[in-house]
Design a protein around this ligand. Structure first.
Ligand code: DSN
Length: 415
């Protein structure tokens, strides 16, 4: 496939090749990123990209849907099976659209929504003020307990009682602990709210059976499809049967036009992979790797928010290290260790140079790395922290990282 680009547009071809090499030669620790199988990649680049398909299977506004309908139905049926859901909408172009569609399905502009604040690990689209979700809706934000770094369900219940939201949102982008979706559902029910769960980060762990599923406890569940779930970039909504019409209407024609059938067919491939026993093993290893990486980092004196992890990610609070997030993340990147700077609960440093670093294990686990490699990674992170201004030391780590990467080539298939 790439040979066509090489011939017709060498400039773009070179960028793709360079990015591929970069991804091969670094240890990717951004918890929301992964490597997809070649099958997912191929489906993403298929001729379905040529086809418009506004509407839903069996009810489109363009002809020529003999195969698009089948592809979308396949993705829906597999998604329902993976997550034991009543229904699925596989059209959202992203997690942000999925969230907005969920809110529009269940609430009217001006209604109150309540989600986790961005600096405490929530997502922009959980009602943060710069996001349209925080402008179209009245937004109330709950926070973590800054002493424990954990969700405080009693405080969330009190806030819900006070503000009576129409929608209570559970889920996060930077929370290292298991989420009790039943507790959220109980709170939502007690104030007459709908419960929307955003499982984007942990969808792969839920599919693999190593994290509590929000499906039985939520009216609507949203997710991206490319994080721990290891599918194409996109979004998806799972719902209880009674919300089917409202959710589908909110996605199309409410927020979007034509669905990306090439992405949807790649999602069908991803859902097929998620149904294999190998995916369960993968999900369990993601957590085992995160726990080992976290334990080693703590052994080296790094403070982790909440004192560890239950899932795929951890947040280092650098305030005891005389380091701040941005320069540290940049130094690690020079050492071929890719992660992102992040706020930590109670951070006063601001979002552009916050006091934390966010790390996760979905991508390294996809490459086949296990606990011994996590120990190496922790040691390299310590070395870089201690040599933030020493380019020779950082370079030496980078060479060691690349040598390890060579031992764990990017695989084409996981089943
Ligand atoms: N940007 C994503 C993340 O990195 O967590 C959230 O959508």
């Amino acid at each position: 496939m790439l040979s066509a680009i090489a011939k017709s547009d060498p400039q773009v071809y070179e960028l793709i090749v360079a990015e591929k090499l970069r991804q091969e030669n670094c240890i990717r620790l951004i918890p929301s990123e992964n490597y997809v199988s070649q099958a997912v990649m191929d489906a993403t680049g298929s001729c379905f990209t040529n086809k418009y398909a506004e509407g839903y299977p069996g009810k489109r506004y363009y002809e020529g849907q003999q195969f698009t309908d089948q592809a979308e139905n396949l993705a829906i049926e597999r998604a329902k099976k993976v997550f034991s859901a009543d229904g699925a909408n596989v059209q959202p172009h992203s997690g942000s659209f999925a969230n907005m569609a969920a809110y529009c399905a269940l609430a009217a502009p001006g209604d109150t929504i309540m989600g986790l604040a961005l600096p405490h690990g929530g997502h922009l689209t959980h009602g943060w003020k710069v996001s349209y979700t925080g402008k179209f809706f009245k937004s109330v934000q709950y926070e973590l307990d800054t002493a424990t770094g954990r969700l405080d369900y009693n405080k969330i219940a009190d806030l819900a009682k006070q503000h009576k939201p129409k929608i209570l949102i559970s889920g996060s982008s930077a929370y290292p602990r298991a989420i009790d979706f039943k507790a959220f559902e109980d709170i939502a029910k007690s104030v007459g709210a709908f419960h929307v769960s955003d499982m984007a980060h942990i969808a792969g762990l839920i599919a693999g059976g190593v994290h509590m599923s929000p499906i039985p406890y939520s009216d609507v569940v949203t997710t991206t499809t490319h994080k721990s779930l290891r599918g194409p970039r996109g979004g998806m909504i799972l719902f209880k049967e009674q919300h089917a019409a409202a959710v589908n209407k909110a996605v199309f024609p409410g927020l979007q036009g034509g669905p990306h059938i090439h992405t949807i067919s790649a999602l069908a491939v991803c859902m097929g992979e998620a149904l294999t026993p190998a995916f369960k093993t993968y999900a369990a290893q993601i957590v085992a790797n995160a726990k080992r990486l976290a334990a080693k980092l703590m052994e080296y004196g790094f403070n982790l928010v909440s004192g560890g992890t239950d899932n795929h990610l951890m947040l280092i609070d650098l305030r005891n290290k005389n380091l701040s997030g941005k320069p540290f993340a940049k130094a690690l990147d020079r050492a071929h260790l890719e992660c992102n700077y992040n706020s930590v609960p109670g951070d006063t440093a601001g979002p552009f140079n916050p006091s934390g670093l966010r790390l996760g294990t979905p991508a390294t686990t996809t490459r086949g790395m296990k606990e011994p490699q996590m120990e190496l990674i922790a040691a390299w992170i310590k070395t870089v922290a201690e040599n933030i201004d020493n380019e020779a030391a950082i370079d030496k780590v980078g060479k060691e990282v690349m040598a390890l990467c060579k031992q764990f080539p990017i695989k084409e298939s996981f089943v």
